[in-house]
Write a protein that binds this ligand. Structure first.
Ligand code: GTR
Length: 371
């Protein structure tokens, strides 16, 4: 049964007005929640789509034994602090005669995952399986946007777009927000590619990449489907009453991931004006899938699941079905409703073929289903 944690009321606007309709949600509350997350957690991004940006694409046919076309896209941009680039690798099914739906992975495991030759195939990004099921597989390395260490926000897109004079504001964007920004730039490219159906693009991430995928999905409504794998603390998992990693743990170990204000919630999660079910609610009414691993106590599967159940309040406003009022499932027993899905896989903190197969099942049956 649902455990009873005291959570902020996502349907109570700052004005005191009770949100009862999708219209009220869209006009008032959704923006309030988004801005609360910017102010207290992920930070305000100092750039949107750069005015100076170009895509340099190299196409190689007959990859994967002839079943896929490879595109290597260099997303280049400039800002006041200099130039940057995000390299995206994309495989498209050769048999696809019309624009394809796509899964975009925000990859936090470096170059071994995105080997363009596919010499060393990583289960973390099983592009061949996606191709076989008619999906385009896209991946970018989040560290192209911002390296994953604390350097005072000089490198990566912070250095390119932030004003570096004066003290850094406590609500300025951190590294997770920079990675989400990279996802949106990839989407800028995907919208221009005639082989991609830009109305059916999923953003996926594991762990720290999952935190970024959720934030990307919240900020950028072009993502039609959002997938979180083992995203845990400040990802899918409710912070209040969470087991394993806490806000203090994550801020101490990764001071660059979130904004300065978030540090004031160390050991004070009950004072946050949001909790992570409200992040998931920002995805509504779009399809959302949350996955956990049974041994991933640091992420806390039950807090991830609980968050998804609470997010159903937002889906209900739109008259959409979402998982609600059900108990925590057994491993390898995925749960799916019209708009939200969940599974817990037996095993460790990781992204595996089992997980990807379930994301694709949900996409086939629900998220990308065409009537
Ligand atoms: C851990 C961190 C988690 C998670 C994980 C990962 O060390 O505490 O929040 O993001 O790294 O990215 O694998």
């Amino acid at each position: 049964m649902m455990d009873e944690r005291k959570l902020p009321d996502m349907l109570l606007a700052l004005s005191g007005e009770r949100i009862k309709t999708a219209g009220q949600w869209r006009q008032t509350r959704r923006q309030e929640i988004l801005d609360l997350f910017r102010e207290h957690v992920y930070g305000w991004e100092s750039a949107g789509r750069p005015e100076i940006m170009e895509f340099d694409t190299k196409v190689t046919p007959a990859m994967m034994g002839g079943s896929a076309v490879r595109k290597q896209v260099d997303i280049r941009f400039e800002g006041p602090g200099g130039a940057g680039s995000i390299r995206m690798l994309l495989f498209l099914p050769s048999t696809c005669s019309k624009p394809c739906p796509a899964f975009l992975l925000l990859n936090n495991r470096g170059s071994q995952v995105m080997d363009p030759e596919r010499d060393a195939i990583a289960p973390f990004w099983p592009a061949e399986r996606m191709i076989a099921r008619g999906y385009a597989a896209a991946v970018l390395d989040v560290e192209d946007a911002d390296p994953d260490f604390h350097d005072g926000f000089r490198n990566g897109v912070h250095g390119i777009f932030d004003r570096l004079d004066g003290e850094r504001p406590a609500n300025a964007w951190g590294t997770i927000a920079a990675w989400a920004w990279a996802g949106s730039r990839a989407m800028d490219y995907l919208e221009t590619d005639p082989d991609i159906d830009a109305s059916r693009v999923a953003v996926v991430g594991h762990s720290r990449g999952g935190k970024a995928a959720l934030w990307a999905g919240a900020l950028d409504e072009r993502f039609a489907f959002v997938v979180s794998n083992d995203s845990g603390c400040t990802g899918a998992a409710i912070a209040r009453g969470k087991q394993g990693e806490t806000i203090r743990n994550i801020n101490d170990q990764f001071p660059h991931w979130f904004n300065g204000n978030y540090k004031t919630y160390n050991d004070r999660e009950e004072h946050l004006p949001v909790d992570q079910h409200m992040l998931l609610a920002l995805i509504a009414p779009r399809p959302l899938y949350v996955a956990s691993a049974s041994k991933d106590e640091w992420a806390d599967p039950r807090s991830e699941f609980l968050s998804l159940l609470h997010a159903a309040d937002a889906y209900r406003l739109f008259g959409c079905e979402a998982l609600a009022g059900i108990g925590f499932p057994n491993p390898e027993e995925p749960l799916a409703s019209e708009r939200t899905g969940y599974h817990v896989r037996t095993g460790e903190h990781d992204l595996k073929e089992y997980d990807w197969d379930r994301f694709m099942d949900f996409a086939d049956r629900h998220a990308f289903k065409r009537h």
